[in-house]
Design a protein around this ligand. Structure first.
Ligand SMILES: NC(=O)c1ccc[n+]([C@@H]2O[C@H](COP(=O)([O-])OP(=O)(O)OC[C@H]3O[C@@H](n4cnc5c(N)ncnc54)[C@H](O)[C@@H]3O)[C@@H](O)[C@H]2O)c1
Length: 370
């Protein structure tokens, strides 16, 4: 007789993003069972259970579930200001955690989560589902395999449009509960991709303000210029005022400009150095790209499949593409942007534990209320 041991999953936070987690675990329904859902507003957890036809028990206080049931995985889908406390409670109960982005609003909280996970020998994976995208995956592969020459300049446009009602929730507009505006809560995806593809920045200069959303304390636009450890440079625009939301990443290399969503453009020099199109190089790079296979699963489902497999096979965090450390690296860049914008100075990374922007309390005292 074969006994199949199901992985028991606890979803904490039954708002907008929790459906993506349920969808991911449901794709593995023969190996995984969602046994509980908690939300501070219990009716939301009840609606979610009903909507997805789950047999999970519903809780208003996640701590009650931790004391009643045994879980292997907790998916934390609550607002950023709550992430650290909930993550620590789950890790201390011996549960592996899949933590929604951003990992936490401050580096001190990220470090507390990483150190609890190491102490308890549990896995932490911070959500950055855009890494699980065929375009992203294969543009990175083109660069890593050297088909485009050296990376020179990276541009990330995390540009969104949101009406004021977006900030009518009890958390999104508050430094205390959201930890930040469009830089921490939306552009963190693009920052993660820049880190993955271009590497770590060693210095950055940034500016931010709130130019349109008068019902929010946090920034609705920021711009940053970065110098990476590799020697390449980059720029990042984070916005919630861009009509049309034309988000993209562009990587200018020695041989081509690669864009995500995928496109290639190549220039070569005429006599005197002026440019003309280089269709031959463009065709060559496009042909390599087309030979790469698509990803098996994209988005949250891809990340959840890898995470569940690592839990099942008792792997350590080196088996994961996305960990507490990758989550922390993105928060460090955001913290650098906030520090540079507030101090009006270039900031060098890493940010030390003694830095006023390292701890949540000290940072909160320094942030402007727009
Ligand atoms: N990966 C992505 O693309 C993506 C997209 C949207 C949101 N998110 C992230 O997911 C998280 C949640 O965002 P959302 O849009 O689902 O928010 P939401 O406001 O729709 O839902 C959050 C839920 O958490 C509950 N909650 C708050 N404090 C709680 C606590 N202490 N215990 C239990 N429940 C609590 C609220 O009642 C609410 O139902 C945030 O960190 C956000 O940045 C990620």
């Amino acid at each position: 007789m074969i006994i199949i041991i199901m992985i028991s999953v606890f979803i904490i936070g039954a708002g907008g993003i929790s459906g993506n987690h349920i969808e991911g675990y449901s794709a593995l329904s023969e190996r995984v069972c969602i046994t509980a859902i908690a939300d501070a507003d219990k009716t939301r957890a009840e609606s979610l259970v009903q909507k997805h036809g789950l047999s999970a028990k519903v809780y208003g206080d996640y701590r009650e579930a931790l004391s009643e049931q045994v879980f292997q995985i907790a998916s934390i889908c609550t607002p950023p200001g709550t992430h650290c406390e909930i993550a620590l409670d789950c890790l201390n109960a011996g549960i592996h955690i899949l933590l929604e982005k951003p990992m936490a609003p401050s580096l001190s909280e990220c470090d507390a989560i990483i150190s609890a996970a190491e102490k308890k020998k549990r896995l932490v994976s911070v959500v950055a589902q855009n890494r699980y995208t065929t375009h992203v995956w294969n543009v990175k592969r083109l660069l890593d395999e050297g088909h485009c020459g050296k990376l020179l300049y990276s541009q990330a446009y995390s540009v969104w449009w949101r009406g004021s009602a977006y900030y009518d929730t009890d958390w999104r507009g508050s430094w205390e509960r959201a930890g930040g505006g469009c830089t921490l809560n939306l552009a963190v995806h693009y920052i993660d991709l820049l880190l993955w593809i271009a590497g770590k920045p060693k210095a950055l200069t940034a500016f931010m303000t709130n130019i349109y959303h008068s019902n929010a304390q946090v920034e609705d636009i920021s711009m940053a210029y970065m110098r990476f450890e590799s020697g390449s440079v980059g720029e990042l625009t984070c916005s919630q005022i861009h009509h049309g939301e034309e988000r993209k990443l562009v990587f200018q290399t020695e041989r081509a400009a690669l864009e995500i969503p995928f496109s290639v453009r190549c220039s070569k020099a005429k006599p005197g150095g002026f440019p003309e199109a280089d269709p031959q190089t463009q065709t060559e790079i496009e042909a390599i790209y087309k030979r790469y296979p698509p990803l098996f699963q994209e988005g949250h489902i891809g990340q959840i499949m890898d995470f569940v497999q690592a839990v099942e096979t008792e792997k350590d965090s080196s088996a994961l593409l996305l960990t507490g450390h990758t989550g922390r690296e993105a928060v460090e860049v955001v913290t650098g942007i906030y520090k540079s914008a507030v101090t009006e100075k270039t900031v060098r990374l890493p940010i030390a534990e003694t830095d006023p922007f390292y701890s949540r309390e000290r940072m909160l005292a320094l942030m402007p209320r727009y």
